[in-house]
Design a protein around this ligand. Sequence first.
Ligand SMILES: Cc1cc2nc3c(=O)[nH]c(=O)nc-3n(C[C@H](O)[C@H](O)[C@H](O)COP(=O)(O)OP(=O)(O)OC[C@H]3O[C@@H](n4cnc5c(N)ncnc54)[C@H](O)[C@@H]3O)c2cc1C
Length: 413
Amino acid sequence: MKTVIVGGGVVGLCSAYYLSRSGAEVVVIDGDPARQASCSDGNAGMVVPSHFVPLAAPGVISQGLKWMLNPKSPFYLRPRPDLNLMKWCWLFMRHSNEAHVKSCEHLLRDLSLESRRLFVDLAKEEDFELVQKGLLMLCASEAGLEEEAEVAEHANRLGIEAEVCDLDRLKELEPGVELAVKGGVWFGQDCHLNPSIFLAKLREAVVREGGEFIEGRVSHYLRDKGTISGVQLRDGVKVKGDKLVLAGGVEAPALMKEFGLKLPMQGGKGYSLTLKEPRKALQLCSLLKEGRVAVTPMGDQLRVAGTMEICGEDLSLNKRRIAGILESFVQFYPEFSKEDFEGVEPWSGLRPCTPDGLPYLGKLEKEPNVVVAAGHSMVGLSLGPVTGQIVSRLVSGEDPEFDLHQLRSERFG
Ligand SMILES: Cc1cc2nc3c(=O)[nH]c(=O)nc-3n(C[C@H](O)[C@H](O)[C@H](O)COP(=O)(O)OP(=O)(O)OC[C@H]3O[C@@H](n4cnc5c(N)ncnc54)[C@H](O)[C@@H]3O)c2cc1C
């Protein structure tokens, strides 16, 4: 049995990894070997059981509207006459409420914790560093700290470790680093890693297990007596396979058209900048509450990432928003300066954002040998291993061991 995986980002590669480890023959097809369109390399590298609240949550819309007025803010939605965007916004608004958060917090928690466990196992087998020191949610204002203290309480109720920290406790956790904050929350189970190294190790492991990589863009599917039997690439090459995994990230909707399914999805553009020789070494990764900026030490380097621009498939750089990321960073970490980033080339990537903040994961109802794995928004790296394991089980006809009903690709009709 051969499985064709479309998409070589973290979701496609984790799927290839677990499938090939289970003895399946796999071929991964990606149209972008330079990985310029993929979202998986330049991200903040955080593994985050702390993220049990989906993107669509109460308060997000009012905050987003306020941010729309500030050109340096971490959020922007580019208004445009596009029916897909309008439908996505309408669905997003419908899901931004307490009931939705409640309905998916257990599933997100279970997926995240299982994925974290898999990361720990993976780090024992493959040669990449997983730093298991937790994540700091840093708050520059008392109001921000109060909000995060509530999140911490919620997390603890769900069985996720979270500790509200005063300045002394922050000093213990991140010694010798000046933090201009009122306090923070330490999520002890969160981890971080360098995503490019992780992806490279997955690729090596897949090749070691006999997996194949093909460069090309899938244009349509092949059928044999009505059943999917492979894919055809734009250059005419046919790749045969009994099972198909669609892991196309933000481009997943185009891959679904032939099945008559309209997947609501929007690209959520974000940027990262990596300092090769930061003036100070940090131990922990952090999220800067008021600026929505992520800061991650990656070996000797330091990556700063942020913004969410709902902007279609446009990867261009918005200098003012990038300046906004750096201003937040130096405000929270005053030992750094914006000038440290002179000459640093920003990276941009499109998070595959669904309107309810949950991925599309599972077999297609009308095509049982097609598995969809896409739309992981802000947590695609974090949920990569558990997604790969579920895909592998589904392809092999095993029980996925999670109730995937809420993640059906058909849920929006
Ligand atoms: C600034 C930023 C910071 C982030 N930080 C984190 C973080 O700390 N932790 C976390 O968990 N997540 C983070 N994310 C989100 C995470 O990066 C994404 O959720 C994840 O990378 C999505 O992976 P993917 O494999 O689904 O998609 P991609 O990585 O985008 O891969 C999809 C691939 O499919 C290929 N493809 C699509 N269509 C076709 C076709 N027709 N034929 C062939 N190939 C095709 C594309 O070329 C692409 O390479 C961040 C994102 C951003 C932008």
